[in-house]
Structures are given as C-alpha cells and as structure tokens.
Design a protein around this ligand. Structure first.
Ligand code: FES
Length: 210
C-alpha cells in the first residue's frame, strides 16, 4: 500500500507503524528509510520489543499509549492493520479504548492457516534445559517448546502460533527436535540453530538458549 501511494505521488499524510521483535527483524528496513527520506508525508515509526545497544527508536509493544504518542490524531484517521491474529486483536482493543470509530478500521489477515502439527509418532518422554534460566523440565515429545517454556514460567514472545511470523524464535543449543515451521525462519537462522518454539517439539533431551 505504501509503495502504491509513493508511486502514485499521493500527498496523504501517512503514519506507518511497524512492530518488530528486534532491529534485525525489521522487514524492508532500507526501503522504508528510503520512502521516508523521499516522501515528506510518510512518517515511519518502528518499535522494537527487544532492542539492541544501537537502537534509538521506540521500545516495547504497541498499545494505546504508544499509538496516541505516534499518531495523536488517530481518531480522525483511517487505520489499516495487518499481522498475526493475536497482534491484530491487541491493536483492535487498543483502538477501541482510544475511541476510534469502527468504520475507520480495516484489517488484513496474516494467514488463517491451520496449525502445523509435526504429528510425532507417539508421546515419548523428553526434557528441555533452559540454559540461561538454569531450569530443566521433564516433558513429552507431543508438547511444543513454547508450551514447555510457559509451563515453567518463562516468557517467550509469540504471535501467530503457526510458524509464520518468527516471533517465537529461540536458539537451540543441543538435542533433536521435530519442527513444522511455515517460513518463519530464514535459511541463515536455521543454519545458526534457531527454531520456532510454537511449532517445534523436543525429541529426547534438548537445550535452549533461554
Ligand atoms: S509465534 Fe509466529 S512463528 Fe511462532
């Protein structure tokens, strides 16, 4: 949509707000910077949930307070939202609290796919060691790494739950897993040992950098 507006020379005043897990997860970052540079009416705002030391932009998750800060006149705007369902639900809630007229709200589904189930042959005993937290947990091979992390009280951000968005990415330090991601990891990330916790299940003893 932003490209089309740019190509057609639109003079609409746009607030483009993107939520990323970390700076390296910002999609089309260079193109967005370029669009903002070339079009004075495009204002690009990126929030990072997990900033690195060089990050100077807004931090955290998008909520009503941040939305109002980035677009104080949001009630007079048309709002278009795209993302995993839990993300859109959170934004819908924030906009309701702000008082946006529902007629001004549009959203586009991020997927709507059914959950990819690795379908382990049978439930077997397994275990996960969360190395940074110093926690070990006995579990079953039918549980996802995300479920196991939550069971021991560890926070691991997640969004789509389908292996699409990459939000639940975690580094596997050791062990075998069964996974069914739907493109949420790059080939490089896979080679580095990352897995998507929402759609990955442990086979035997697994260690994670969490
Ligand atoms: S939550 Fe989206 S890939 Fe796991």
């Amino acid at each position: 949509m932003l490209r089309t507006l740019a190509d057609s020379g639109s003079d609409r005043e746009i607030r483009f707000i993107h939520s990323a897990r970390s700076p390296k997860d910002i999609i089309f970052r260079e193109e967005l910077d370029e669009l903002a540079r070339d079009h004075g009416n495009f204002h690009i705002h990126v929030l990072c949930a997990e900033p690195d030391d060089n990050w100077r932009g807004p931090v955290g998750l998008l909520d009503d307070t941040t939305l109002l800060k980035l677009a104080p006149d949001i009630r007079e705007r048309s709002v278009y939202v795209c993302g995993p369902e839990p993300y859109m639900k959170a934004i819908r809630g924030a906009l309701q609290r702000i008082g946006l007229d529902p007629d001004r709200y549009r959203e586009e589904s991020f997927g709507g796919l059914t959950r990819p189930a690795p379908t382990p042959s049978a439930s077997q005993a397994a275990s996960v060691r969360f190395a940074r937290s110093g926690i070990g947990q006995q579990c079953r091979s039918t549980q996802t790494l995300l479920e196991i992390a939550r069971n021991v009280g560890l926070y691991l951000p997640s969004a789509c739950g389908h292996g699409i968005c990459g939000t639940c990415r975690v580094l596997k330090l050791a062990g075998d897993v069964e996974t069914a991601d739907l493109g949420g990891l790059s080939a490089e990330e896979k080679a580095e040992g990352y897995v998507l916790a929402c759609c990955t299940r442990p086979l035997g003893e697994v260690a994670l950098d969490l």
